[in-house]
Design a protein around this ligand. Structure first.
Ligand code: CAO
Length: 442
């Protein structure tokens, strides 16, 4: 037997004309007993008014932003419970009092946190802390969750679904997070997270124009393509950078002595060509650094070829052309190819396949300046060598200081594949190869 009842705002303490910040049901909805109907917000807290019965909503009598007090009609409900049960309604909402609520922050409503009143059903917000991890398995930012601009029923839903509210954008009034926002977030996560910035916590959006004049220019095509790849490498690869210094005094003297020979074949013999050769020799010694993890993350794919990429700065952004089979080329051939590829990169004439297949990369900022930096691994490669500007330095030879040309090296590596000891051995070996010039020119 069904019966239609009017559900009213229950005793809400001394509060009058309280703001309705959310209406969670509409006519025709089938609702459960205790399901949140509306959210009220006082200057101290937000609270849900749960339904005293299960049933079907016939008509909703209030809307968002209405002001209500005890006794205001919320909706009419066709009750589907038995008449006996319906005749003994459960008190609808915990009566808020000033002691039951924590002070709200200036921007966000804070949920009531008092112990449940034994006379009334516990407030919905007490169910919050049941889930520790968000749908993406990233731990929930509890401090941020507490401050999120959302009512108790939304918080409850978020807890049930394991959604970190700090990552959900609110579509409600004053960016308030609604139940729909939480559901849309979960849906987006299930579909791969594309709609929510790859599942990462978002940087706050700022209206820069509020603070002064601005101009908006689109990113270059290269930056639009390389940005997501850099970000993917940054978030997926546990990076560590090992710094070292190579004594290149002899190497630089040899390079200068060979410049005329190089000029004859149209090559500019820069340090980078020697670095490519030295890296190949070191990669042969440390084959893990020339490997990649397979997609399962369980196996290492060792590559028997040595295709060395180098970062080239172009007016439109960073590109990484690849010297193929660098182990089979001498330093002059490498120098010439470096020059050709760098020129093509600057002219925007580099073909896609000239940037594919790299096994290890070098990023040289030595021609520009700097003492050290932390390059981002060009994943799925597992290591990248950063090169900074060489400097004459006093180096102690056991008896006295000698002026030596020292080259700063910064090896960033994927710590899943290369451990610190191997990285230190790698750079030590590389420094040795660079100081023993003969092997590099033959
Ligand atoms: N220390 C001191 N001087 C250096 C040096 C170093 N480590 N490396 C190069 N130089 C000198 C060169 O000898 C050259 O001097 P001369 O003109 O007197 O011979 C000058 O700096 C310029 O070198 P270059 O740039 O012509 O040649 P390169 O082989 O060093 O570099 C290339 C080529 C394409 C790597 C470079 O032009 C470039 O684009 N570098 C930027 C790479 C980059 O952006 N990396 C960052 C990636 S992460 O955002």
């Amino acid at each position: 037997m069904s019966q239609t009842v009017e559900v009213k705002v229950p005793d809400i303490g001394n509060f009058q004309d309280v703001n309705v910040i959310e209406v969670m049901v509409k006519a025709g909805d089938r609702i459960e007993k205790e399901q949140g109907l509306i959210t009220l917000e006082t200057d101290k807290a937000a609270m849900d008014v749960p339904s005293p019965y299960a049933g079907t909503v016939k008509a909703v009598k209030i809307k968002q932003d209405d002001k209500v007090s005890e006794g205001s009609a919320i909706l009419t409900l066709e009750v589907t419970e038995t008449a006996e049960k319906a005749a003994e309604p459960t008190p609808a909402v915990p009566a808020p009092s000033s002691t039951q609520h924590v002070a709200r922050s200036t921007q966000n409503p804070v949920s009531a946190t008092a112990a449940p009143d034994t006379q009334h059903p516990p407030p919905v917000q007490h169910a919050e802390r049941s889930t520790q991890y968000a749908v993406s398995s990233v731990p929930i930012d509890e401090a941020g969750f507490d401050k999120a601009h959302a009512g108790p029923s939304v918080r409850k839903l978020a807890r049930e679904l394991g959604v970190d509210l700090t990552r959900v954008s609110g579509s409600g009034q004053k960016s308030r997070i609604t139940q729909e926002d939480v559901k849309a977030f979960v849906k987006a996560m299930m579909q791969g997270g594309a709609a929510i910035g790859g599942g990462l916590p978002r940087v706050p959006e700022v209206d820069f124009a509020e603070f002064g004049g601005i101009e908006i220019k689109p990113l270059s095509r290269i930056k639009r393509i390389s940005g997501p790849r850099l970000q993917a490498a940054w978030v997926n690869v546990p990076h560590v950078t090992q710094h070292d210094e190579a004594d290149i005094t002899e190497l630089d003297a040899t390079r200068k002595a060979l410049k005329t020979d190089a000029d004859k074949i149209g090559a500019k013999l820069t340090l980078l060509a020697f670095l490519v050769k030295a890296c190949v020799a070191t990669l042969k010694e440390f084959p893990e650094a020339n490997s990649s993890l397979d997609p399962s993350g369980q196996n290492l794919v060792y590559k028997k070829y040595f295709h060395i990429g180098f970062a080239a700065d172009t007016p439109n952004g960073l590109v990484v052309p690849v010297i193929r089979d660098a182990d089979k080329k001498n330093v002059f051939e490498i120098a010439r190819e470096l020059g050709d590829l760098a020129q093509k990169a600057r002219d925007g004439r580099l073909k896609i396949n000239a940037m594919q297949g790299g096994t290890f990369s070098i990023s040289s900022l030595g021609g520009i300046g700097g003492t050290a930096f932390t390059p981002i691994v060009n994943a799925p490669e597992v290591a990248i060598l950063g090169v900074s500007r060489s400097q004459m330095k006093p180096v102690w030879d056991g008896k006295e200081f000698q002026p030596r040309l020292m080259l700063p090296l910064s090896l960033s590596y994927d710590h899943r594949v290369i451990d610190g000891a191997m990285a230190a051995r790698f750079t030590t070996f590389l420094c040795q190869v660079l100081s023993e010039v003969r092997g590099l020119v033959l």
